[in-house]
Design a binder for this molecule. Structure first.
Ligand SMILES: [Zn+2]
Length: 197
């Protein structure tokens, strides 16, 4: 969002011009989002390794953009080493790092329900499993993507009603919220401009 504003509002604008520019930004955002949704639903991305269950599920489920990000993480796992630090029945703790590095992440896997946590906190931050967790899954024979790690908001079905998150609104609701945010930022910017004259 900040990048959109930086690109659009580099030059000084009057209030009326600013509001017109805001409207243009909203139209562009809506159009881009609809194009991306259309592409996601129209065809499934080609996996770089065919027939891997985890990639196949991700390709069939995620939007194209999220699949691309997931596949990047998936590829990176093969540059990592994985060492078992501790195993006490259900939970096992691993240290995962780049092969030539001392720095890495600690991953805890629950072997009964495939729950996994990583000290890098990538899943908690952006909702995609990190390369460390994917490495541990691979090393422990977890080849399917556990459903609890497919966040509905990153799926291509999110807007068609197959997935409903309690805190997420409809497409129209999301776009309206986005429009309201842009409008508030524009008004705030306009007020700052007028008070600085
Ligand atoms: Zn991680």
């Amino acid at each position: 969002m900040n990048n959109v504003f930086k690109k659009t509002f580099r030059r000084k604008l009057g209030l009326s011009e600013l509001l017109v520019e805001c409207e243009n930004v909203i139209v562009t955002l809506r159009s881009n989002e609809k194009d991306a949704d259309f592409q996601s639903c129209r065809k499934i991305p080609v996996c770089y390794i065919p027939n891997l269950p985890m990639l196949k599920t991700a390709a069939e489920t995620y939007t194209r953009r999220m699949y691309s990000d997931f596949e990047e993480e998936f590829k990176k796992q093969f540059t990592l080493s994985c060492e078992l630090l501790e195993g006490n029945g259900t939970n096992s703790t691993f240290f995962v790092k780049y092969m030539q590095s001392e720095h890495g992440a600690t991953v805890v896997l629950n072997k009964e329900d495939s729950t996994i946590t990583c000290s890098c906190r990538m899943f908690e931050c952006i909702g995609l499993l990190c390369k460390h967790a994917l490495r541990v899954y691979n090393m422990n024979g977890v080849y399917n993507l556990p459903s609890q790690y497919i966040l509905p908001r990153w799926t291509k079905y999110a807007k068609s009603g197959f997935y409903i998150e309690t805190k997420q609104g409809s497409e129209e609701g999301d776009l309206n919220a986005q429009a309201t945010l842009i409008s508030r930022q524009a008004t705030s910017l306009a007020l700052k401009c007028s008070s600085s004259k």
